[in-house]
Design a protein around this ligand. Structure first.
Ligand code: ADP
Length: 599
């Protein structure tokens, strides 16, 4: 059961104290009144006894001995009785020395026998009183001795006084006091209730505002203007919440600053306390480890290397660096302790994604060996031929001519290779720009096909060109577009056998693009390798590329892709091994009048 609240307690305690006080007051008032009434009646009856004594002493003044006086009393009880009754104004009896009732009120058939009071009076010689409740009547019973002049007892007078009047007064007084008390109780209830409400209001405000503060609303202020203890309390409380608010704002801005610092890092970071709980981290943890909302290092269930590093740091190791393979990424982990004076040691692990660096390093290695090899092959041929011509002093014009052809061919191959390298380098450079103008793609392709026709003819390959009529222009860089179509046709030629065919077709697609399809019927490309042919330095079949004497460094299609993307175009490859390859370049058409643009 919920204990009583303060409001009810205050009311209850006040009413309780009031009730006890009033009950005590009523009790004492009633008792006091009752006691005084009895005292007054006793005094009256004692006075009656004294009057009786005086009267009987007068009546027996002529008799000498006390026995004679007692005998006189016994003999003349009835006469004496009628004279003494008026003194007491109540039921009165005259008793002999032995307690026998000599006379009593005429209205009573029987004497009342005040035996107990008589015996006590006889034994003590003093008047005896008692209050009796009989048959619903409350009465004061009293027996007093009748004394002769020398104070010898010669008889007794008994009185029975009804206390009905005194009781009535007492009941009346009790009722008045109780009714007054109850009214007072009601008034007190109302007053205390109001007082308690007023008294507790600031405390209720304090509770309400504390609840708000608990929810994180630290801007609450208690309005209490009085200069008393509650006023002091609310002032202190307001200052306290203000201070908390300031500290929290400060913490928030610190946290934001730390958060933005962590977010701006290029590496993953995880800071741990001694129990392995995460005290700071950034979003790279999710990217690298795919663990959502981790709270401790033990939440990385599949990344035991993090726990191992944490354990080693906890055991006192100062620096740990290791590389791991994780979800296809190459990660470099560096762990070190965070030590500050008077603060428990914490630990930090930095996670760096070195996949790209590693790939780059591998690519670079591959590139260097590939380029070296590609450069070496024509150079070796050139040097071999020139050595041979010089050593043998060749005069035969036919041998001399064919040797010079080979040297020339290898020289061109070297130039092409160096050109490709330079182009690849320039497309990687940030200043790679294309100068966009309206280009008549039909005219451009005609030129390119004508240029390539001689080379094809040398390799006994037939090249055809078809174009739809009245095509729109495309927005492009004439030289770079020419270069990419040369590259694609050159590949088609390289990877076709003598007697092969190359079809170049220009059409419009969806009124949005011009589509250039370059189709050959050569070796084709393995579907699994199709996606890689646009990567720099990639060659499907390195041996073949080299052995056919035409192979490049795997940069041709890489350049094509860079240039097409710069033109907001698309590129598609359809190929089957042994069936040939169809490379389609889509370039957006332009409706605007001719104008020069930079992109
Ligand atoms: P490369 O200069 O070595 O030809 P590219 O970037 O031009 O390099 O081409 C990448 C690779 O794609 C080539 O090595 C070759 O294996 C493959 N390839 C490109 N075009 C064709 C084609 N028309 N037929 C078959 N294979 C091709």
């Amino acid at each position: 059961m919920r204990p009583l609240n303060y409001h009810h307690k205050i009311i209850l305690y006040n009413l309780l104290i009031y009730t006890i006080t009033i009950a005590g007051a009523v009790f004492f008032a009633v008792q006091f009144t009752w006691f005084n009434s009895i005292r007054a009646i006793q005094n009256d009856l004692l006075q009656s006894g004294l009057d009786t004594n005086l009267y009987i002493q007068q009546q027996t003044a002529s008799l000498k001995t006390n026995d004679e006086k007692a005998a006189y009393l016994n003999a003349n009880a009835s006469e004496l009785y009628t004279s003494i009754v008026p003194f007491s104004r109540c039921h009165t009896e005259l008793l002999a020395l032995d307690g026998t009732v000599l006379a009593f009120n005429g209205g009573f058939e029987e004497p009342m026998h005040l035996t107990a009071e008589y015996e006590k009076c006889r034994d003590t010689g003093e008047p005896n009183f008692s209050v009796r409740n009989d048959n619903g009547l409350t009465e004061l019973w009293m027996v007093t001795p009748i004394l002769s002049k020398d104070n010898t007892v010669i008889g007794y007078t008994g009185y029975i006084f009804s206390l009905a009047t005194a009781l009535g007064i007492e009941h009346y007084l009790f009722s008045v006091l109780v009714i007054t008390g109850v009214i007072g109780l009601g008034v007190l209830w109302i007053c205390v209730s109001k007082f308690s409400n007023g008294f507790l209001r600031p405390i209720k405000d304090l509770t309400r505002i504390s609840a708000e503060v608990n929810k994180g609303n630290y801007n609450m202020v208690i309005q209490y203007k009085k200069d008393d203890e509650i006023g002091d309390l609310t002032a202190v409380y307001n200052t306290m919440t203000q201070n908390i608010n300031n500290v929290i704002m400060q913490l928030k801005s610190e946290r934001q600053r730390l958060g933005s610092v962590l977010a701006s890092l290029d590496d993953g970071l995880i800071a741990l306390d001694r129990d392995g709980n995460i005290i700071a981290s950034n979003s790279y943890l999710k990217t690298y480890f795919n663990v959502s909302n981790p709270k401790s290092v033990y939440d990385f269930r599949y990344q035991s290397f993090l726990r191992d590093i944490f354990d080693s740091l906890k055991q006192g190791q100062d620096f740990i660096s290791e590389e791991v393979d994780c979800n296809g990424l190459q990660l470099l982990l560096t762990g070190s302790p965070i030590r500050e004076p008077n603060v428990e040691e914490n630990y930090m692990i930095i996670i760096r994604n070195v996949t790209a660096t590693k790939t780059f390093e591998r690519e670079q290695q591959k590139f260097i060996s590939s380029v070296s090899h590609e450069l070496r092959t024509p150079l070796t041929t050139i040097i071999g031929y020139t050595d041979m011509l010089k050593r043998r002093n060749v005069q035969d014009p036919q041998l001399l001519g064919s040797s010079l052809d080979t040297i020339n061919h290898e020289g061109h191959r070297l130039v092409r290779l160096v050109d490709d390298l330079l182009s690849a380098n320039s497309t990687q450079a940030t200043e790679f720009t294309v100068r966009l103008t309206n280009v008549d793609l039909d005219a451009l392709l005609r030129g390119v096909v004508d240029q390539m026709r001689i080379k094809c003819w040398q390799k006994e390959i037939e090249i055809s060109y078809k174009a739809e009529r009245n095509l729109k222009d495309v927005l492009g860089d004439y030289d770079r577009l020419s270069q990419i179509f040369i590259n694609i046709i050159h590949n088609a030629m390289k990877y076709s056998e003598p007697g092969g065919i190359i079809d170049v077709v220009l059409t419009e697609e969806n009124n949005q693009y011009l589509s250039v399809s370059i189709r050959d019927f050569g070796v084709g490309i393995d579907p699994a390798k199709k996606d890689f042919i646009f990567s720099a330095f990639y060659r499907v079949d390195e041996d073949r590329s080299r052995s056919n004497g035409e192979g490049g460094a795997g940069l041709g299609l890489y350049l094509v892709k860079q240039v097409v993307e710069k033109h907001n175009g698309k590129i598609r490859v359809d190929s089957e091994v042994g069936e040939g390859t169809n490379i389609t370049v889509l370039l957006p058409v332009v409706d605007e009048p001719e104008d020069a643009h930079e992109a």
